[in-house]
Design a protein. Structure first.
Length: 141
């Protein structure tokens, strides 16, 4: 049986139909993948803030465990800003030297002695800022 598509000797290539099918498949795949890639940077920033919050909670727990009796969390006056947070928790967690380099912005810190507890509020640097509240028993966002 003879091939209906006749080609001259030395001519190679794809037919128009083959090209249209391949381009269509590529466009369909791009349409499926594109929505997932649009907000990937924001999701990564949000996850970074949550990971930092978990590290800060562990650092506060270590501070409490290493404190001399009666055990307590750092006093409110010791952590008025990001620098105070970094300096106080530096033996337990490594934070960037400047707040501009961190994944979050310091918002507030409050500690109580009876019962020992604390509340640290940090705000993420994503497009819809994630507010994370860290306490002795939980991390909420």
């Amino acid at each position: 049986m003879k091939d209906k598509r006749r080609r001259r000797k030395g001519e190679q290539g794809f037919t128009l139909i083959e090209l249209i099918v391949v381009v269509s498949i590529i466009l369909i795949l791009a349409a499926l993948i594109a929505p997932n890639l649009v907000d990937i940077e924001d999701r990564a920033r949000r996850n970074a803030v949550i990971a930092d919050a978990k590290a800060l909670k562990i650092a506060f727990d270590l501070y409490f465990l290493n404190d001399t009796p009666p055990k307590n969390y750092p006093p409110t006056t010791e952590i008025p800003n990001y620098t105070g947070l970094r300096n106080t928790l530096s033996p337990y967690v490594t934070l960037p030297p400047a707040e501009t380099d961190a994944n979050f912005t310091f918002s507030s810190y409050n500690a109580t002695t009876s019962p020992p507890n604390y509340q640290l509020v940090i705000v993420g640097k994503d497009s819809a800022p994630t507010t994370v509240t860290i306490t002795k028993n939980s991390i909420s966002y």
